[in-house]
Design a protein around this ligand. Structure first.
Ligand SMILES: Nc1ncnc2c1ncn2[C@@H]1O[C@H](COP(=O)(O)OP(=O)(O)O)[C@@H](O)[C@H]1O
Ligand SMILES: [Mg+2]
Length: 185
């Protein structure tokens, strides 16, 4: 079983959106998947309550480890509860402030495999493009800013359940994140 944390000390960077879409990518690739919502705000559980997701979201860490291929943990934006999982996907924005905070954030989870994920990149903005390309050159994954992420979550679904124009591009970038996790470092 692979245990993956979506964690960042920052809120609103896309932990929940990416955790659920990543879970869908893993599910549609043929894996058994479970998502644990570790944020007291329970946003992932809220999405799940629409009964549209093809996998289960549970409201806390399970007492008994389930028999699944992927245990995906959606963390609260906090340094009080640091992730225990071996792989940490750390979403961030393509902003100067996030760039400055990265070093601090990664030091908190030293010794783990950390995959930085620059999320919701607005490619029309040069400032964001420059920061995103710098992080990409250093090994970060890129996820573009797309309304399909917002609209699908609003329906209790993931981008993998949409077949409108642009959905395929979103699916592809999430699948690339999955491939990154699956490939050895
Ligand atoms: N790639 C993206 N493109 C556009 N909007 C996004 C993207 N990722 C996240 N969002 C939006 O950003 C906001 C914060 O995302 P969320 O997943 O709730 O972050 P967190 O869990 O880190 O607080 C939400 O409104 C979400 O719809
Ligand atoms: Mg969240």
């Amino acid at each position: 079983m692979r245990r993956i944390a979506f964690w960042s000390p920052k809120g609103g960077v896309g932990k929940t959106t990416l955790a659920l879409n990543f879970a869908a990518a893993a599910y549609y690739a043929g894996n058994k998947v479970i998502v644990c919502d570790l944020d007291p705000q329970q946003s992932a559980v809220d999405v799940f309550s629409e009964n549209q997701l093809p996998f289960t979201v549970i409201a806390n860490m399970p007492q008994v480890m389930p028999n699944v291929d992927f245990l995906i943990c959606d963390y609260a934006p906090s340094v009080e509860r640091l992730p225990l999982e071996e792989t940490i996907i750390m979403p961030m924005r393509a902003s100067m402030l996030d760039l400055k905070a990265i070093g601090r954030s990664t030091r908190l989870v030293r010794g783990k495999r950390i995959i930085k994920c620059v999320n919701a990149v607005d490619t029309r903005r040069q400032d964001e493009r420059i920061i995103a390309m710098k992080l990409y050159a250093e090994g970060a994954q890129l996820i573009k800013g797309r309304s399909i992420y917002v609209r699908s979550m609003g329906k209790g679904q993931t981008v993998f359940q949409q077949n409108v124009y642009g959905a395929r591009d979103a699916q592809n970038e999430i699948n690339r994140l999955l491939q990154r996790v699956l490939q050895p470092e």
